[in-house]
Design a protein around this ligand. Structure first.
Ligand SMILES: Nc1ncnc2c1ncn2[C@@H]1O[C@H](COP(=O)(O)OP(=O)(O)OP(=O)(O)O)[C@@H](O)[C@H]1O
Ligand SMILES: O=P(O)(O)OC[C@H]1O[C@H](OP(=O)(O)OP(=O)(O)O)[C@H](O)[C@@H]1O
Length: 219
């Protein structure tokens, strides 16, 4: 299959690409799959057409990827499982790309004791609420947007729900991982209508990516 086979009916596939830490790993994966994509982080442009790859890219915040795909302004997108679980949008999850690996965990101070009115700080209020509900524990969830590990250190919350990758942030702040909730990798997602209307193109891209995933070459 040539690069232009990803194009269907003259249309370029619109891809919602997360800015930030996932991005570089995605580009490497695409390049290994034989799709030469320029370094889109070099530019401040937000819509970038790459006709030779049969794709157009929009550069968006990771948390917004499922929204662009659900509304169909992007045909496909790349997003962490953490965001998919939190946002719960109506999209197809097509492929586990195996990149940007980390896990969602409950974290606290080593001397943590159950509290009558426990508070949990997190960037993922839906994930945290569901988890503690399933555990039969009543907690107050406090939404933060970053530096989550600060919360138990300064008494804002008893525990946090956050991502752990290397564990460095926990170690440097004297915190411990108490429970793992689920593993996280980045996923390829598709709009439901696009998946039908541009099936050949989307499936072609999936097949190409699938052929290099797990080959050990990426990540
Ligand atoms: N150590 C890690 N910490 C956080 N996310 C990670 C880590 N390793 C991999 N990821 C994945 O990378 C995704 C994007 O993380 P990133 O930090 O780039 O974005 P963000 O923090 O959501 O965005 P922004 O910094 O723009 O608010 C996460 O949703 C997760 O799937
Ligand atoms: O286990 P580690 O390798 O230390 O990685 C985990 C840390 O990385 C993420 O933070 P991020 O860098 O996105 O910062 P922020 O959430 O404070 O913005 C996450 O929220 C953890 O704090």
């Amino acid at each position: 299959m040539s690069q232009t086979d990803i194009q269907q009916g003259g249309d370029l596939l619109m891809v919602a690409m997360p800015k930030g830490r996932i991005y570089k790993q995605v580009i490497k994966l695409f390049q290994e799959a034989g799709l030469s994509i320029p370094d889109l982080e070099e530019t401040r442009k937000l819509v970038i057409e790459v006709p030779e790859a049969g794709m157009s890219f929009i550069m968006v915040k990771p948390v917004d990827v499922p929204t662009f795909v659900e509304y169909g302004v992007a045909d496909i997108g790349i997003v962490g499982k953490d965001v998919l679980m939190e946002e719960n949008k109506d999209v197809y999850e097509l492929l586990d790309l195996g990149i940007a690996k980390c896990r969602m965990s409950v974290i606290g101070l080593p001397n943590w004791k159950p509290n009558i009115h426990p508070r949990v700080a997190t960037k993922y209020p839906n994930v945290a609420s569901q988890y503690f509900r399933e555990q039969g524990q009543q907690v107050e969830v406090i939404k933060l947007n970053g530096s989550i590990e600060l919360a138990p250190l300064i008494g804002l919350a008893d525990r946090i729900v956050d991502m752990v990758e290397t564990g460095q942030t926990l170690r440097e702040n004297g915190l411990v991982e108490m429970e793992q909730i689920f593993g996280i990798t980045s996923r390829l997602i598709a709009n439901r209508v696009s998946y039908r209307m541009k099936n050949e193109a989307i499936q072609g891209l999936c097949d190409r990516l699938q052929s290099v995933i797990g080959s050990g070459a990426s990540v």
